[in-house]
Ligand binder design. Structure first.
Ligand SMILES: [Zn+2]
Length: 250
């Protein structure tokens, strides 16, 4: 597979606010992977605290959101530990700042109802309040997941590519990289990756970031092994389209 075109396209690089950040990334050229230094694509993240609960407020601080970005920058890497994308904290919207928004997305906060990906996506795409959906950033929602059998003790998290306007939802109890690497796993979904099945994996096994028990053959494991070449190729291809989409004028 030849991806020589990427060097030029990726080289135009990053968002306005991200210009000048020189990071080494790599491209895939020819049959084998050859590491080629180039500018890493950078993405701004807008955090939205989508819960009015005291326990969420307690952990979802601006300092913690900065840490979430650090976690992503540390763990969103290749098998060799090289960064695939770079992330930057753009802004944080706390619940009191958005609770009276015209966007119906905020009505999903703390509602005892099962997650419905289609509803979230529809409300996300229909929202024109930049505090709730920043059109020029990846939106990262901190919320409290609910399931009928577990109630609000559920900690499911999600990532959606959403036609190259990605967003993630992370349960507040999993902030700070708790319980199977939620930040980089959900961001992996947001950049087009599917689950990987690791037959026989146990909860404490070393597994790929995108490992999941969904296939019924093994645990998702620790999700502590970086993205493989095929996954990196998908992420970079999607990232280029995401960048174009997020840079489009309002
Ligand atoms: Zn997943």
């Amino acid at each position: 597979m030849c991806r020589a075109g990427w060097r030029a396209s990726l080289g135009t690089g990053s968002f306005r606010s991200f210009n000048g950040v020189a990071v080494l990334a790599f491209g895939l050229f020819g049959q084998n992977a050859i590491l080629v230094p180039q500018e890493t694509l950078g993405f701004d993240i807008h955090f939205v605290i989508l819960s009015n609960k005291a326990e969420v407020r307690q952990v979802a601080t601006k300092e913690q959101m900065a840490k979430e970005v650090e976690i992503l920058n540390h763990h969103f890497v290749t098998e060799e530990g090289k960064p695939v994308l770079q992330f930057r904290l753009k802004s944080v919207a706390f619940f009191h700042e958005i609770q009276s928004s015209r966007c119906s997305l905020v009505k999903l906060a703390d509602v005892p109802a099962e997650y419905d990906g289609q509803t979230w996506q529809t409300l996300f795409n229909g929202c024109d309040d930049a505090k709730v959906v920043d059109p020029h950033a990846i939106n990262f929602y901190v919320y409290d997941s609910y399931k009928s059998d577990k109630g609000f003790s559920d900690t499911d998290s999600h990532g959606r590519k959403n036609h190259h306007r990605p967003y993630v939802l992370i349960d507040f109890a999993r902030l700070n990289h708790k319980n199977q690497a939620p930040e980089e796993h959900e961001m992996g979904h947001a950049f087009g990756l599917s689950h990987v099945c690791v037959p026989g994996a146990k909860r404490d096994s070393d597994t790929n970031i995108m490992a999941s028990s969904e296939c019924g053959q093994g645990s998702g494991g620790l999700r502590n092994l970086g993205f493989n070449l095929k996954q990196v190729a998908i992420i970079l291809e999607v990232a280029h389209k995401v960048q174009k989409r997020l840079m489009a004028p309002d």
